[in-house]
Design a binder for this molecule. Sequence first.
Ligand code: MTE
Ligand code: HPA
Ligand code: MOS
Length: 746
Amino acid sequence: MKDLISPHTRGESIYIDDIPEPVNLLHAAVFASSIPHGKIISLDITKAENSEGVCKVLTAKDIPGENQIGRLIQDEELLAEKEVDFIGQPIAVVLAETKEQAKQAIKQIKIEYEELPAVFDSREAARKGLLISSSRTLTIGDIESTWGKCATVIEGIAESGGQEHVYLETQASLAIPDENGRIIIYSSTQAPTTVQGTTSKILGCDMNLIEVDVKRLGGAFGGKEDQATQWAAICALGVYHTDRPVKLILSRREDILMTGKRHPYSTDYKIGLDEEGKILAFSAEFYQNSGAAADLSTAVLGRTLFHATNAYYIPNVRVTGYPCKTNIVPFTAFRGFGGPQGMFVIECAIAHASEVTGIPVSVLQENNLLQDGNQFHYGQQVENCNAKRSFSQVVKETNFEQRKEEIEDFNTNNRFTKKGISIMPICFGISFTSSFLNQAGALVNVYKDGSVSISTGAIEMGQGVNIKIRQIAAKTLSIKPERIRIESTSTSRVINTSPTAASTGTDLNGKAVEIACNKIIDRLKNAVAEKLGTNAISIEDEYVYQDGKRTEISWKKLVNLAYLQRVNLSAQAFYATPRIHFDTKKEKGRPFAYHAYGTAVTEVTVDCLRGTYTIDKVQMVHDAGKSLNYLVDLGQAEGGLIQGIGWMTVEELVFKKGINYTDSLSTYKIPNLYFTPKIEVTFLEDAENPEAVLKSKAIGEPPFMYGIGTYFALKNAARAFREDKEWEYSSPLTPEKLLLYLHDLE
Ligand code: MTE
Ligand code: HPA
Ligand code: MOS
């Protein structure tokens, strides 16, 4: 039997654009705004309609339902009607016989705008009162009365840039007419139910007339949690009007121009410490550049506030977030979901405090790490905390103090080449911060030949959720994984699914699968107990055991026996994460099922004449609970790290007056193999997690944040060259920016 992974390596795995094209297929192309803000005075589509091969041109007028795609806040149109708010905003869609004809016809559309003033900077937007929704503050202790008690109080500004997802498969969708107005959508989405719900709203029909089916994605990283929806809805709208299948695949350039990215942030921080370096108080005001519509911005901002103290216990905290409305493509979910932006700031504050107090960063970090019994500023108790364990283990494994001394020696003896080392602890909350989303369903079917078919709400996007679910089912049913097939994710088989996001894919769906499998095992045991006349039945390694002794009844025989006894071999199950709750009025609760911890040590070398650098080595001790699959988890740890390093170093989005000048992979640089450091991953031992399926721990997002360590290792190297010059806490730290720091070139 072919397994789940080898089709990838053979290039046989099917993505949306590989689905054999149905007869009568129409290709869609999107006409988008070329100005950042303005009124649409006139829109003339007649020439485009008469262009060769064109079947129809869709505008806002063609939307039979509600022209609205906003999920958290209803503030975004599918197709702009009267006003445009960003460059790249869809206004019209051409449906044509070929892709080329559709793209040609786009050029025939005539539009007139009345330009309006535009805002691109988050602080400017905040000053003008342009917020997506009201600001939000989390607080604990009494910050104001604490500053006076501190030996050191430091203030500063930290900036972090956006990030393009660069999933290999661009946004893609294919919609096919069924009968009686029903539509089947194949979408490259993390959120089939969102696609289903929004499409039904656009078309003004019931959700049961829309089926969304997803086999796998060629990467998503949060970029398809909300922003895959519009392309699917556009295709469905095309089907509605033409009764023909419609396909839309964005080119890389269109994808970069028309879809959201990680939110850039600008933050004011203030940190207060006692003489020994205990952090007594921390406050921050986060100005999130939300873009032109809410998308997931408010939820992302929430996670920034939750993770604003990273892995540290701080008794007095006040953190405020402003979701600032600007005329840039709406920013969206990206691995870490605002957490990295929050954690970057506290690390800047600590690095800054180290410079002022002279206490080494690593000492400040270690002395303030979380431990059991502490409380987070949002009210949750710290439980099963592995912050100190992972920190001290990585310090030991890397011989940190010795390496630091060696690096100091190296820097003394080398004038133009400097090395730097840093430590980066992480703490990341696992669960959707919107508690209601923490639910999942599963459908487990056992065919009468003993083969098994499983459907869940989980989306496979390369993170290995399918293989983990298969392992969970194999273990629970005591059969070989080869007997189990993981089906595509269909809104007709498992309903009301949450996006596969917040690193919860396996936690939620895997648990539902475990429950469903146990239901089937119970039924099978009952069936065989009846036949053998005993209750001392167990199933192990594909055989029935009676009183601890193996019988002749194999899994196949067992299933057939149950079938003949008319036993239900199909089980549905539901899982809702227990113990979580959050009161958004009080801003207190227990939002996370648990936290993921770990620490990384990073070493870099900077060429101080050129500003170029190499990331030499990253060693991490990561808490993956009881790992379900070592190789998958290793892949997530390494991949997340590299993506985080990219965000901190070479990935720079350049927007000028709302125009994205980094709209291709020649202008937007991502880490490649040569840039990748030597990576050593150690998973923390004896780290069984009582809060997740089979004692595992979510790993999709947390390792991303180790990338922040690279920024500080580079900073340390640069400071060894220029001790005299003040450091600006601004990322990404591109070689260009570093060069400008190292030399007074401006
Ligand atoms: N890994 C791969 N290969 N591709 C992806 O798109 N997305 C990340 C992470 N790892 C992603 C990935 C993000 S943003 C999340 S939230 C999790 O996977 C989602 O999957 P999980 O919940 O199953 O971990
Ligand atoms: N993480 C990811 N996606 C989400 C979340 C979250 O916490 N909340 C809503 N969507
Ligand atoms: Mo991940 S940003 O929660 O899709």
